[in-house]
Design a protein around this ligand. Structure first.
Ligand code: FAD
Length: 441
């Protein structure tokens, strides 16, 4: 079967790889400049617990992730090839993740998040050896990969086995003979039997100009995220070193602060805000918060270190649940992976390849929850929504060293909710988006 894969980030590369392994003829489409690709800016923490501490531990998505975690860890072990795969140099000996409370400006949200993290790690102690000690939680199975080194290698490997087009897909048409016509930004269209849309945060644009657009009710948004690469250009000043990941729990709508070893550099991430359009220039306040986090949380002496700022777009959906599944027999959508979309990409690519083989029972839990033809999920159905939003915001304000003006927050919350149907609760990360940008669509 000839399958077009629309997108060349982690989701597209893993999907193309899995499909080609099964003997399909794959056409991989994606711009070589990888503008705004989330995958090329990721840490990359293999972060199955990132949502545990984030807002709603009991959500079906979090539970699904915890259930699938062991399968995923095993997949990454295979990809690592005992540390031989480029980018996996520190994988085998990595210390894992150390989660610790932020010492300054602790917000109530963060303390609750930390306690949840502690609970989950204790609950899973027998399974994966997580443990806690003195206000820290250790997650030995969470490792890190040098994303850019790995992707550059993987991209070359995959490109040798597929037809690669340095181009952008502008939409998909279905022809009378049941085949697909994939239109491209430049040049002639290509024809295929099936297509996988995994263009990250740009997937919404592709969907909007495709034949199935009216059936997809969940919008795709840009989770703009910046991170810093710290290094020293002076022989007399060492680049700060870490043996494993060091991070706080997520702080509300932000991703906390995390530091990840990255070759001869140190990665400090990551900011987060939601937008309906791509903004590639880093926000000054994000860079400031990251620098402050590095100094206060990591006790880093930044004097004379150099910084490189990376910005990418986390693919988000407007109910914060990924979009994974078929719209019909021909087209599969796979985007909206959010904060931990890279970690899950190999697992989700397996779901794609099973679909191509007609095996739709693999990853059934994901396919049911992330169905692209669903109506948007309400964040929660009962009223304490505002309280959660307020706690969440306090967390992100604390990261920026600011105080919350609760009355202003209440106004924003109410105005955002006046734009959606009654009873629908907007995910706390998206309240600002609905308040400031939604009416402009
Ligand atoms: C700062 C930051 C830190 C992060 N840290 C982590 C982390 O530590 N761990 C983790 O698991 N996740 C992390 N994430 C999230 C993770 O990076 C993403 O969820 C994941 O990489 C998404 O992969 P993707 O392939 O779906 O999208 P992308 O990587 O964005 O790839 C989409 C690709 O599609 C291409 N494209 C765009 N338009 C078109 C088109 N019309 N046709 C064809 N191709 C197109 C783009 O050029 C891009 O290369 C982070 C994200 C950011 C921004």
């Amino acid at each position: 079967m000839r399958i077009a894969v629309l997108g060349n980030g982690a989701s597209g590369l893993f999907s193309a790889f899995e499909l080609v392994e099964q003997g399909h003829e794959v056409v991989l489409i994606g711009p070589a400049d990888k503008y705004g690709s989330a995958s090329y800016t990721a840490g990359l923490m293999l972060n199955v617990y990132s949502e545990v501490d984030c807002i709603n531990y009991n959500s079906p998505l979090t539970q699904l992730k915890l259930e699938s975690a062991q399968y995923l860890f095993d997949l990454w072990d295979k990809i690592s090839n005992s540390g031989q795969t480029p980018g996996f140099e520190s994988y085998s000996n990595a210390k894992g993740t150390e989660v610790k409370k932020y010492e300054k400006g602790n917000a109530e949200f963060e303390i609750n998040s930390f306690n949840k993290m502690e609970q989950i790690s204790l609950k899973d102690t027998k399974k994966n050896g997580a443990y806690k000690s003195n206000g820290k939680v250790f997650l030995p199975q969470e490792k890190h990969v040098n994303a850019r080194v790995f992707l550059n290698f993987f991209c070359k490997e995959v490109s040798q086995r597929v037809s690669y087009l340095d181009n952008k897909a502008t939409g998909i048409e279905k022809l009378a003979n049941g085949k697909l016509k994939v239109n491209l930004a430049t040049g002639e269209p290509i024809y295929s039997d099936r297509a996988v849309v995994c263009s990250g945060a740009f997937s919404g644009e592709v969907v909007a100009s495709s034949y199935f657009s009216s059936r997809v009710k969940v919008n795709s948004l840009f989770g703009v995220g910046s991170a810093l690469l710290l290094s020293s250009d002076h022989s007399y000043i060492p680049t700060p070193e870490l043996q494993g990941i060091l991070r706080t729990p997520n702080r509300g709508g932000t991703c906390g602060v995390h530091a990840v070893p990255c070759g001869d550099k140190l990665y400090v991430g990551a900011s987060s805000f939601v937008s309906r359009y791509p903004i590639v220039k880093p926000q000054a306040s994000s860079v400031l918060a990251l620098l402050r986090g590095a100094e206060e949380f990591l006790n880093l002496e930044l004097h004379k270190l150099s910084i490189e700022v990376l910005t990418g777009f986390r693919p988000l959906s407007d109910d914060m649940v990924p979009v994974i599944g078929a719209v019909d027999d021909n087209v599969f959508l796979m985007y909206g992976g959010g904060r931990d979309g890279f970690t899950w990409a190999p697992h989700h690519a397996r779901i794609v390849s099973n679909w191509a083989e007609g095996k739709t029972s693999f990853g059934l839990g994901w396919l049911k929850l992330c169905n692209p033809l669903r109506s948007k999920y309400s964040f929660i159905n009962s009223e304490p929504g505002y309280k959660l939003y307020e706690k969440n915001k306090k967390g992100s304000y604390a990261q920026h060293g600011k105080q919350v003006d609760s009355s202003k927050l209440k106004d924003i919350y109410q105005s955002a909710h006046s734009r959606v149907e009654q009873g629908y609760m907007i995910h706390p990360d998206l309240v600002n988006y609905y308040h400031f940008e939604y009416n402009k669509i």
